[in-house]
Ligand binder design. Sequence first.
Ligand code: CTP
Ligand code: CA
Length: 231
Amino acid sequence: EAPGALPRDLEGRRVVVSAGGTAEPLDPVRTLGNRSSGRQGYALARVAAQRGADVTLVAGTTADLDPPAAVDVVRVRTTEEMRTAVLDAGKGAEVVVMAAAVADFRPADVAGFKIKKGPGEPEAIPLTRNPDILAELVAEQVPGRLVLGFAAETGDADHDVLSFGRAKLERKGCDYLVVNAVGGPTGHNAFEGADNEGWLLGADGSSVALPMGSKAALAARVWDTVADRLA
Ligand code: CTP
Ligand code: CA
């Protein structure tokens, strides 16, 4: 789709999108992180800007991606940096989308010097829980602001992806949860692939199927629902 063909249904809307992973230092040269590429968050930011939104993209660790045109990009590394940037940009926003893969834990202590092999070498890395940025956004209860979360789920022997998604939406208390179905029979990996599929679940009980397709196509469907809701 050429940008000219896109609706301008987010004109002037202030939107914050987080993307990529967070990386937690262990010592001056090592980090604990994840393999999120940031592609889905970048697609969400790009499509929102193309549809007229005023977008801040808070980007953690990502693949080597081109910054979306006409988007304010704030680069962060740690969860604490992402938290500060998202909460700050989120103050004036009408929509905040947490597409980032936030590290759930960080090393409890950061060594001041490079950890060496030999006597005194660590046997394990004690971890501590990171703040939950999405939960903090929800707890702020900003009137009229929509908060969207993302979850990658696989299902198990007794639960399908959708029921895990519903449960997580309720637990998280956000307005919408984008549930990505990952690790299916094809071994499809939403983290690194170009394509995505899943559902957009609403706290109002709504659910919209997000068919397998490009991350831009998934972003467009998410923004369709959000734009309707804001209208
Ligand atoms: N999230 C966040 N801060 C964290 C962890 C997660 O803001 N410290 C956000 C993610 O950006 C995502 C949503 O919460 O939008 C769901 O993340 P997920 O990892 O699926 O949820 P968790 O509550 O961390 O559950 P799990 O134990 O399954 O990882
Ligand atoms: Ca998590």
